[in-house]
Design a protein around this ligand. Structure first.
Ligand SMILES: [Ca+2]
Length: 708
């Protein structure tokens, strides 16, 4: 459904002093049948960004200095309010979006006593009461960007987070004082919801404004006065994301016309203060940098949008790929979690289509925007063929074919799952050929060879780890002495950093934020480690006591803990200390019986599900205690697990699908369905699940199974 962007639908004639007699131009965007969003045109202009050294209680360091004249060269439209819970819910419903906190199962929230990490907290459940008219909070930067991308697509407009300069310009609305209401803190009554006398009754230690705004926590948007540009709640209510990376020294070095922030960083800018913020935090020039996950900042951010006249500004890259579809190894979060797991299975399989292949397939399937990418091999085993199929019909849209020959156990077909992101797809062969191709045409944008280019040795079972997309980087593990782990620029393919180390293992890396340190976590040939996303520096190393693990199952981040499942060293849970270093190299908990050689477990609702021998195990996430195990011959050998919707879905190597309730207390098989039978059924390839369809790949074909 295309949503209407009614340009200047309601030109309300509001006259303000700062604007002289200029009317405010409003625009409304319809988000759903019940939700719309009102924007106001902010005129281009110049202003002095930052605060003077004389400003009361400005932060002592120089982060708001030097003050400088900044030009905003083009008009833009800005949401007059922070995005509300109701508006965000409309997005979630339409895009079937799952926020980062929901995916990861926790966020910072109010636990009734203190602000802390709370399992199950998210924008839906922040620990205090909110209505649909309150600003949505507990929104990660990636969530905010996903909302903008969704609205951009729906409206065919350039919907963005404001740049930090746009934000401050809009907040000041022609003023140069500490607040839009002036320099005096106590003149702000009726302008904002911040830490105030109301909040002080509850939180005695808070530093507050002297007035009462009537709210301890968030308030409905627009409860307080608008500034001269017609914008409400720029001071207080909820912190707002800006699109810029945060740097303390940016004002010294940044451009003065339409600045968009530093090229890279580890934190994004938050502005405006919130319901819990002291007066200095709420100032027009006040700024803070928020690490993207795993900190207090998980709780507080909301955002507002801008719509720009032309699409000249690049959207910031989210930390992880767009969460729609099944665009990566184990899905968008690399965690095999999907809201699309069905309630139950049909009695007989229903297929949308089946497409024969010329060779066997090991690579997982990736699906996004109506296209499926599948790995294939020419019948003579000499060429890799990546096929892009129409997800609805199975019809081939394009293919990429190149020579990739040699003998290898388990066939010489590609192993890594295609990673789709931002109009590109990244394809890695078993021999190290890495292609970045245009998602719509298959045109090669750049290519590299992980073995030849970095001087690496091909592991026994080939290159298997799906490259990891984080920010603008594509992180790969050639396993060369001088380039064990490498970050490539995802757009150009150029090397950003390379870190010496050991040979490659098999499991794909994951992105994690341990102790505020953003890192790629994965294995080399003998150890487990974390590599800093920005610099590539290896942060920590854990070498397990028993040698010989091949490290095929994917590691899993659970809050500040790391779960690994290995064949010789069992299942282990590690804790991380400050700065993201492994707290101790001994695991906090271990569970010996679940020691899969290839099957990656799935973590869902504080339970771990994993298969080993003929058992499905259910363990407690915090203690690794066994909750139950169930035997079924179908679980023998190899399976893939996907959890969500209160269920775990298990695809067996023999083509049977089992649906089990995700219940701590007991094993309950809801349904089972023999999907594929006959010759060539062997399913090694990880299926892709999205929007009522399960895409499967066996030795001879790709199939699209319709689910309830
Ligand atoms: Ca308040």
């Amino acid at each position: 459904m295309k949503l209407r962007f009614s340009a200047i639908a309601l030109p309300l004639l509001l006259f303000t002093s700062a604007q002289g007699a200029k009317p405010l131009e409003h625009t409304t965007i319809k988000l759903s049948d019940t939700e719309s969003m009102k924007l106001v045109k902010v005129p281009a202009g110049k202003f002095v960004m930052g605060s003077p050294t004389t400003e009361r209680h400005r932060t002592r360091d120089s982060r708001e200095s030097p003050q400088r004249e900044v030009t905003i060269s083009r008009d833009f439209h800005m949401g007059i309010f922070e995005v509300t819970r109701g508006q965000f819910a409309a997005f979630v419903k339409d895009a079937k979006y799952v926020t980062q906190a929901e995916r990861e199962g926790w966020a910072y929230a109010w636990n009734g006593r203190v602000w802390d990490k709370v399992a199950g907290a998210s924008w839906r459940k922040v620990g205090f009461e909110q209505t649909d008219a309150h600003p949505v909070i507990c929104i990660s930067f990636d969530d905010a960007v996903a909302f903008c991308r969704w609205l951009s697509r729906k409206t065919s407009r350039a919907v963005r987070l404001p740049t930090e300069a746009q934000w401050e310009y809009a907040c000041r609305a022609g003023t140069q004082t500490a607040f839009a209401w002036g320099d005096k803190w106590d003149d702000g009554k009726g302008w904002a919801n911040a830490a105030d006398a109301t909040a002080k009754k509850r939180f005695k230690g808070w530093r507050t404004f002297s007035w009462e705004d009537g709210y301890v926590f968030t308030s409905p948007v627009g409860t307080y006065k608008a500034n001269a540009f017609g914008l409400h709640d720029m001071h207080g209510n909820a912190w707002e994301w800006c699109s810029d990376w945060y740097a303390k020294d940016y004002y010294k070095n940044g451009p003065k016309v339409d600045p968009t922030g530093p090229e890279s960083g580890s934190a994004r800018v938050l502005r405006g203060g919130g319901w819990l913020s002291s007066p200095p935090r709420c100032r027009s020039a006040g700024r803070t940098g928020c690490e993207l996950r795993g900190s207090y900042c998980d709780l507080i951010p909301s955002f507002r949008i801008v719509v720009e006249a032309d699409d000249t500004r690049k959207l910031p890259a989210p930390s992880l790929p767009n969460r729609s579809g099944w665009c990566d190894w184990r899905g968008p979060g690399r965690d095999a979690i999907s809201p699309h797991v069905p309630d139950k299975l049909d009695k007989k399989p229903r297929f949308a289509w089946t497409q024969k292949t010329t060779g066997p397939g090991l690579s997982g399937l990736a699906v996004a925007d109506g296209r499926v990418i599948v790995a294939d091999k020419s019948a003579d085993k000499k060429n890799d063929i990546w096929r892009c199929l129409d997800a609805k019909t199975g019809k081939e849209l394009w293919q990429l074919k190149y020579t990739a020959q040699g003998d290898m156990p388990y066939t010489n077909s590609p192993r890594a799952t295609p990673a789709i992101y931002d109009g590109r797809v990244y394809l890695l062969s078993a021999f190290g050929d890495l292609h970045c191709v245009a998602f719509d045409t298959g045109r090669v944008i750049w290519k590299k060879h992980l073995i030849k280019d970095f001087g690496a040795k091909l592991p026994e079972w080939g290159m298997t780890a799906t490259p990891l997309l984080v920010d603008d980087k594509l992180i790969v593990n050639p396993g060369a002495e001088k380039a064990s782990v490498v970050a490539l620029d995802r757009v150009s393919g150029k090397v950003i950093w390379k870190t010496p180390g050991q040979g490659a293992a098999y499991a794909p890396f994951i992105y994690a934020n341990f102790g505020g340190r953003r890192q790629a976590v994965g294995y080399d040939a003998t150890s487990l480690g974390g590599w800093d996303i920005s610099t590539g520096k290896r942060i920590w190393t854990i070498t397990p006591p028993k040698k010989g693990d091949y490290n095929v199952p994917t590691p899993i981040a659970i809050m500040d803990r790391l779960l690994v499942a290995t064949e010789n060293n069992s299942m282990r849970l590690y804790e991380f200390a400050n700065k993201g270093k492994a707290g101790r190299t001994k695991p906090k908990h271990q569970f010996a019986d679940l020691a899969p050689d290839m099957v990656s477990p799935v973590v869902y609702n504080q339970m771990i599900f994993g298969c080993h021998d003929s058992y499905l195990y259910c363990l407690d996430t915090n203690s690794l205690k066994l909750l139950w195990k169930a035997r079924d011959e179908a679980y023998f050998g190899f399976v893939t697990l996907i959890a969500g919707n209160g269920r775990v879905m298990i695809m067996t190597i023999d083509g049977e699908l089992l649906l089990v309730r995700a219940d701590r207390n007991k094993y309950e098989l809801i349904s089972r369905l023999k999907v594929l039978t006959g010759e060539g059924t062997e399913i090694w390839s990880h299926p892709a699940l999205t929007a009522g369809r399960l895409y499967l790949r066996n030795k001879a074909a790709v199939t699209c199974l319709l689910l309830k």
